[in-house]
Design a protein around this ligand. Structure first.
Ligand SMILES: C[S@@+](CC[C@H](N)C(=O)[O-])C[C@H]1O[C@@H](n2cnc3c(N)ncnc32)[C@H](O)[C@@H]1O
Length: 352
């Protein structure tokens, strides 16, 4: 593992096909849910917007937004911001009176957990099951919010996160965006791979990981394997309840803001604004949706995944810029780092 982290600093490997495969589990589910709730029939009535579709079908508007975004990136709907219409493919194969209707092909998908989770979420039903469940059946956000942890489930989750974020983190650190940082606070640092890659590239800088106390033990075991444990500080705490450490000049949220509803996202951004020194910087690492909200494909699938399991979301660049500017940050810039992943940077003004 140590060797992998050392090599990753110069490495040029990619996880492209694996990210595609991981998120493709929501593709069939989205089409089958669209068919079940009648999205294609409703869109066949003409050009409609998300609110009209949600009202016609008595569904949650946020759910219709997330579902149509993925259906658009799969080529089954045209979507421009909130305006939706059918594509030729959907007209020919997804309307119930089509001469080659694909509904029967989709029927097998209706037994999958992904289908059930998306269908429950879009109907605002309590999510009975989650595709992100702990061993006792709680969702991970329940575990994090309550602090009621099963270590074996948390380990499983951190292992998954580590696999999916390692290459995006490696590319982000290789981008040189962190060249001027002196002390990075990685909030919700999980396996610690981002902080470890940072410290391998910049051995004379400092890194601190802020994590839930129970998860810190899992983080520690990763840091030991990577032999970065002596260079990285661990700060146990709950980011909604506990103080962040002072004395840092940059904070990183990697795949954190997408876990939470907007009000909680605002709380987290405000909280880091307050602890940063003047001129301090925020780095947000997320898979971003495009401005028209019709792709790209992996971000759209991730967005439906976050909505269905957590009632949360992926963001567009301008949504994050607005949230940052509202908190007082300026000079918001998007840097594309790896496939659909970007880092958004912004600065706390020197004089407020
Ligand atoms: C989606 S993972 C992201 C992990 C890592 N930053 C990455 O990019 O892979 C969310 C992380 O936030 C941590 N977390 C969740 N709620 C938290 C809280 N209230 N306080 C501190 N950490 C929290 C979790 O333990 C988990 O490691």
């Amino acid at each position: 593992m140590k060797q992998i982290v050392d090599e990753a600093i110069q490495g040029n490997f990619t996880d492209k096909y694996l990210i595609d495969l991981w998120l493709s589990r929501y593709h069939m589910a989205a089409v089958a849910v669209g068919d079940t709730v009648g999205i294609f029939e409703a869109a066949a009535k003409g050009i409609v917007n998300i609110t009209q579709l949600a009202n016609m079908l008595e569904l949650e508007a946020e759910g219709v937004e997330a579902l149509t975004c993925l259906l658009a990136s799969l080529g089954l709907l045209n979507k421009h911001y909130s305006v939706v219409s059918l594509t030729e493919t959907a007209k020919q194969f997804l309307l119930k009176n089509s001469f080659v209707y694909w509904g029967n092909v989709l029927s097998y998908t209706r037994d999958t957990l992904e289908y059930k989770v998306v269908l429950d979420a879009i109907h605002s039903r309590i999510i009975q099951q989650s595709t992100q469940i702990s061993e006792s059946g709680n969702s991970f956000s329940d575990m994090w919010s309550s602090g009621n942890f099963e270590i074996s489930s948390a380990k499983k989750f951190i292992n998954i996160m580590n696999s999916t974020i390692f290459v995006p983190a490696m590319k982000a650190v290789q981008s040189n965006l962190f060249n001027d940082v002196k002390h990075l606070l990685d909030i919700g640092g999980g396996s610690g791979c981002f902080a470890s890659l940072f410290i391998k590239k910049y051995p004379h800088k400092k890194a601190t990981i802020f994590e839930i106390p129970q998860v810190c033990d899992i983080t520690k075991s990763y840091l030991k394997k990577w032999r970065t444990i002596s260079q990285i500080q661990l700060h146990p705490g709950n980011f909604f309840k506990d103080e962040f450490p002072y004395g840092i000049d940059a904070v990183l949220f990697s795949n954190i803001l997408h876990d939470w509803p907007i009000q909680k996202v605002k709380t987290l951004i405000d909280k880091v604004f307050n602890i940063l020194p003047n001129g301090g910087r925020i780095f947000i690492h997320e898979m971003l949706l495009n401005e028209e909200r019709n792709g790209p494909l992996n971000a759209a699938a991730f967005n439906l995944f976050m909505y269905a399991n957590y009632k949360a979301q992926q963001f567009t660049r301008s949504e994050l810029f607005l949230l940052l500017e509202r908190a007082g940050f300026y000079e918001c810039v998007e840097h594309k780092t790896h496939q659909d992943y970007s880092i958004i940077t912004a600065i706390k003004p020197s004089v407020i």
